[in-house]
Design a protein around this ligand. Sequence first.
Ligand code: HPA
Length: 279
Amino acid sequence: MSEHQSVVERLEETVKAVRARTSITPRVGVVLGSGLGAFADTLRGVEKIPYAEIPHIPPPKVIGHAGNLCFGHVDDVPVVCMQGRVHLYEGHPIWQVVHGVRVMARLGVSCVLVTNAAGGVDPTWAAGDLMVVTDHINLMYHHPLIGPNEEALGTRFPDMSNAYDKALRAKLAAVSEHEKLPLREGVYAGLLGPSYETPAEIRMLRVLGAQAVGMSTVPEVIALRHMRVPVAALSCITNLAAGVGSGELDHSEVEAIAKARREDLQRLLRGWIVEAGKP
Ligand code: HPA
């Protein structure tokens, strides 16, 4: 691995290594967030490649995040899943945080669903609610496209007016109705973390128009939109955010709620993949 490699050179190296390990050409990509990784184990004929065996993808260190690139099928749809992701707050350079989704794009997926665990900013919501992301606010004070633009990936100034694809969102809504799983909609505020927010910060986010808050997703969505890959995102509201609910926030609570909604989320993901994967 060289310090002097460009993002595109690194991507090509990773894609070559991945292609040597699987014959599956994925049509749909899914990023599995905190506590949601078990979905990858339900893929038919799942093939797992540990991140540690793939050049340039660092293994995640957060409890609840496995680190495997997984290939398999849902019905007839070939899928690639990131079972676990790395976060900016772990100290990785931002190109590495988005490397996995860029690899998915280079493998040829036609769309990506990004999932996450998030805090609920709206006091009328409850832990366990599921939310389709309609838009985001980047409050990470960082950006994956800083530096010389990689023209081979996309334009210098990518449009973000429809970052969360309407047609893909409609498919999530249709599956949720069919599965009788209520879905909320809202704006995701991405913060750097790793401390949870203060109640004053959460009040600020409410004024800004956010319904959910988390520490991931935004860099990945920007990198995918740069490459013009259609994206949808789904948040599992694992807790009411600081000062909205009562009591202290704890990562074990986040994991427990994500686990409790696992079966429902898996039904939603499966249904969505079948729809999104139609040629
Ligand atoms: N804040 C930020 N990130 C989160 C939260 C939260 O309350 N819950 C899960 N991820």
